[in-house]
Structures are given as structure tokens and as C-alpha cells.
Design a protein around this ligand. Structure first.
Ligand code: PLP
Length: 451
């Protein structure tokens, strides 16, 4: 089957979604509520989800590897979370006041990640990284924040630079050039060049923010040398070292990527998993820094670093879902992480092997339960080309990757958000992996192979 034909198959099985997309375009810019959720010819519309699957309005069942932007480590509608949410809904979903369950969740996080000496909940990861930047500037009295090229920390203004290729162009209209001057971008995984850039801005360097695994930027783990090297520079320079663990926290291990890489961030951010599928963000870290946000100690606003919350921060519904998730993770950690990390490792190995035996030059990146294939150019010329930064991801063959993902979706009912990394959850099993491998083999043999 040719790829044009996959679109035809997809269209045939998603006619109600097509109608919904037409309506969506009348009410949402581009028909969507998150830029990455659009894919060609139009996204399918989900009616319900359970365990490892999405069920769309046309009655299709898709095995889900997108898993709510990688947030759903226990799968869709896990009974422990459903029960916690139902119970909470009966006694209120938004108090707009202090509540006990937020303290319980914070204590659960602190017991597993003791570097969270003090914390503050928000409703999104974008807010959490925005507050981390403000805290770093408040703590140091400096202005410049360094991030890596391809690093994604949400839609907050300061960090909305060098996210998408071509990296030298502005990410958005509406940005103020003077403000952009206070952000410095570093070449991911290239310590020597990064240190030179940091050295040139060191007097005004408030902090360095980095994801331990470049997530949205292409599922590329940072090297330990790189993460430690940046940390050493930050500490020596009295700048804040900020780890963005919004994807990796409670996914790579129950103690976060920081325990795997043995890092000691001054501040770090969490989100996704800690909300159990409900909206959340968290900024946390050293007491001395987080105390700058203490409105009791620092009554006068000009002596305080003002950070949110917001209307929905620490709402009891999110807190209950998050607490149920962490309790489940804690009680089942050995089995659960062994399972999802094992499935991830097998997926990387087996998908690599299939492509190694084909005419395609594909590198599969990832770590733990995260994985993503990258189609490189012709096999002979760059067989050994590494995929180790966002530039190598962005200049790989995105069209082929999208076609592979569309083929999985149209013919095999396997869903990856086209072009994005996939993940395993507790709700996946060896049978899912087997079907993914079988589908990939078939697509490579009979379909991609003819492209
Ligand atoms: C590493 C990282 N930081 C921050 C964010 C932003 O989180 P949110 O989408 O909840 O605003 C994301 C979202 O994908 C992320 O992957």
C-alpha cells in the first residue's frame, strides 16, 4: 500500500471525526487546542479512553503510545485514580482554600524526592518553569537564563526560544526582542561549546534550565557528562541549576532522573505524572530559594518573589488523582518500573533491528519507557551519524516518520502522535509490543519499502 492510500484508509474509518474537525475549525484557530495535536489530514476525535486504548467517535480502538502527552504512567482511567477522583468529586473539586490532600501529595513527593525542600503547585508545567525562571532571577539578582537548543519548557515567554527548527528564527509573533536578549541557547550534549557560551554571559547568568531527556525535542537523553558539567558551571558561578523533570519525574525512576544522573538541582519542576491525568505543575527546590516566595516572611511585595498558583492550583481533584498515582507507584515500584522500562528497551532494540535489516537508516533513541525512531538520509552516506541533539532530529526525514506513524494508525490501529516520541505505561503489555513489532515489520516490508 502506498502512503497516499493510508490517508484514504484513515479517512474511510474516521468520517465522524472529519465532520467534527470541520466544526472545530469554526471555533478553534486551526481547529485545535494545542498546536502539536493536529496531524494531516485531520485528527481523530476521542470519545473515551481505558487502560492502553483510545476509542474514537467512529468506533475505532487505537492502542495509545501518546498517553496524554506522556502523563498517564498508569494508563487511562486506572481504577485507583477513578476511585480517588469520584470520592473527591462528591466532596468538592475546587475549594479555593488550603486543603489537606495537597499537603499529603506534597509530603509524598518530598519523601521520594527530598530535594523538594519547599514547593508550590500550579496548574501547568509552563507556569512551573516560568516561576523557576523568576525564582532564579530573584535569588541571584541576575537576568540571563540559559536553555538548550530544542529544549521545551512550555509556552511561557522567557523560554519560548530555540525550540523548533530553524532554531535561529523567532518561535512566535508577539515576542519582544529586548527580552530575548536575556535568554542564551546552548548546543545540547556539546559541553565544550556550551561552557564557552556560559562563560561569556557568566556575570549576568541567573540560571541554567535543562530537561534530562530532550522530550518534545526528539527523545534524546543528555549525557551524564553534559548534565554534570552544566551543574558544575552553575554551582561555581552561583547560578541556579534548574532541572525540568516534567516528563522524566516519576517516569525514569520513582526518584526522578536526578537520582539516576546523581544531580543536585537548586530548583526543579514536575508536572504530568504527579497530577494523575489532571492539570498540574510544580516548582520546588532548596528551602532558601523557595522561601523567597514566602508571603508571610516577605510581607512587602518588593521583598518577595511573587509566584502562583492561581485559581486552580492545588485543587483537591488534581491533588487526589496525583496522590493516588504516587501511592500506586510507590506500592508497585519494583514491578512497574521493571515492566515499563523493559518494554521500552525491547521496543528500541526490536524496532532498530527491523530497520537495520531494511534499506532505511533509522536510529531509535530514548531511555526507560520512552522511545522514538528517527529516519536518517540514505543508508550508505551517514550510517554512523548520531542522533544526539535537536538539530539531528529536526534534519532527519520527518516526512517518513509521519508516514510510518500514519501507517500504524490507519492500518494497525496503533497511535503515536505523528512525529513525537512514544511511551509505555503500566496498562501496556508484551502483547502490545508484539503487535507494534509485527506492524512495523509489515509496514517496512510491504509499504515503506516501496516508497
Ligand atoms: C519538559 C517539559 N517542560 C514543560 C512542559 C510544559 O508543561 P504543560 O504542557 O503542562 O504546560 C512540557 C510539556 O510537554 C515538557 O515536556
Amino acid at each position: 500500500m502506498r502512503f497516499e492510500d493510508y490517508h484514504a484508509v484513515y479517512r474511510r474509518k474516521t468520517s465522524l471525526s472529519k465532520k467534527l474537525y470541520s466544526r472545530s475549525k469554526q471555533v478553534f484557530a486551526g481547529g485545535i487546542n494545542h498546536n502539536i495535536r493536529y496531524f494531516s489530514p485531520y485528527p481523530f476525535y476521542v470519545r473515551r479512553a481505558a487502560k492502553n486504548a483510545l476509542f474514537d467517535v467512529d468506533g475505532n480502538r487505537f492502542t495509545d503510545y501518546w498517553m496524554g502527552h506522556w502523563a498517564l504512567i498508569l494508563g487511562h482511567s486506572h481504577p485507583a485514580i477513578v476511585s480517588a477522583l469520584c470520592k473527591q468529586a462528591k466532596s468538592g473539586v475546587l475549594f479555593g482554600t488550603a486543603n489537606a490532600v495537597s499537603v499529603n501529595l506534597a509530603e509524598a513527593i518530598q519523601s521520594l524526592m527530598p530535594r523538594a525542600e519547599l514547593m508550590r503547585f500550579s496548574s501547568t508545567g509552563s507556569e512551573a518553569t516560568m516561576y523557576a525562571v523568576r525564582l532564579a532571577r530573584a535569588a541571584t539578582g541576575r537576568r540571563v537564563i540559559a536553555k538548550v537548543i530544542g529544549g521545551w519548557h512550555g509556552f511561557n515567554t522567557t523560554l519560548l526560544q530555540t525550540v523548533n527548527y530553524p532554531f535561529e528564527y523567532e518561535e512566535s509573533l508577539g515576542m519582544v526582542q529586548e527580552e530575548e536578549h536575556f535568554l542564551e541557547s546552548l548546543p545540547f550534549n556539546d559541553l565544550d561549546r556550551s561552557l564557552k557560551i556560559l562563560e561569556s554571559r557568566k556575570d549576568d547568568l541567573a540560571g541554567i534550565i535543562i530537561e534530562p531527556v530532550l522530550g518534545a525535542g526528539g527523545c534524546i537523553p543528555a549525557t551524564s557528562e553534559y548534565l554534570v558539567g552544566l551543574q558544575e558551571f552553575a554551582k561555581k558561578n552561583s547560578s541556579m541549576y534548574i532541572l525540568d523533570e516534567i516528563v522524566t519525574g516519576f517516569r525514569l525512576s520513582i526518584h526522578g532522573a536526578m537520582s539516576i544522573y546523581k544531580l543536585e538541582p537548586d530548583l526543579f519542576t514536575l508536572g504530568k505524572i504527579i497530577g494523575g491525568g489532571m492539570p498540574i505543575g510544580l516548582v520546588c527546590g532548596r528551602k532558601e530559594i523557595m522561601s523567597l516566595a514566602d508571603p508571610i516572611l516577605r510581607e512587602q511585595k518588593f521583598k518577595r518573589c511573587s509566584i502562583g498558583g492561581g485559581t486552580f492550583s492545588a485543587n483537591p481533584a488534581t491533588m487526589s488523582a496525583g496522590l493516588a498515582t504516587l501511592q500506586y507507584l510507590k506500592a508497585n515500584r519494583e514491578k512497574l518500573y521493571t515492566k515499563i522500562n523493559g518494554l521500552g528497551e525491547q521496543a528500541r532494540k526490536k524496532i532498530s533491528a527491523i530497520f537495520n535489516d531494511s534499506k532505511f537508516n533509522v536510529k531509535v533513541t530514548g531511555t526507560g519507557s520512552l522511545f522514538m525512531p528517527h529516519f536518517l538520509e540514505a543508508k550508505a552516506s551517514d550510517d554512523n551519524k548520531a542522533v544526539d541533539n535537536a538539530l539531528s532530529v529536526a534534519t532527519s526525514n520527518q516526512e517518513l516518520l509521519n508516514k510510518y506513524h500514519m501507517a500504524l494508525m490507519a492500518k494497525y490501529n496503533i497511535f503515536f502522535l505523528p512525529g513525537k516520541m512514544g511511551c509505555f505505561s503500566e496498562a501496556h503489555n508484551a502483547g502490545d509490543l508484539k503487535r507494534l513489532i509485527y506492524a512495523t515489520e509489515s509496514i517496512v516490508a510491504s509499504d515503506l519499502g516501496r516508497e
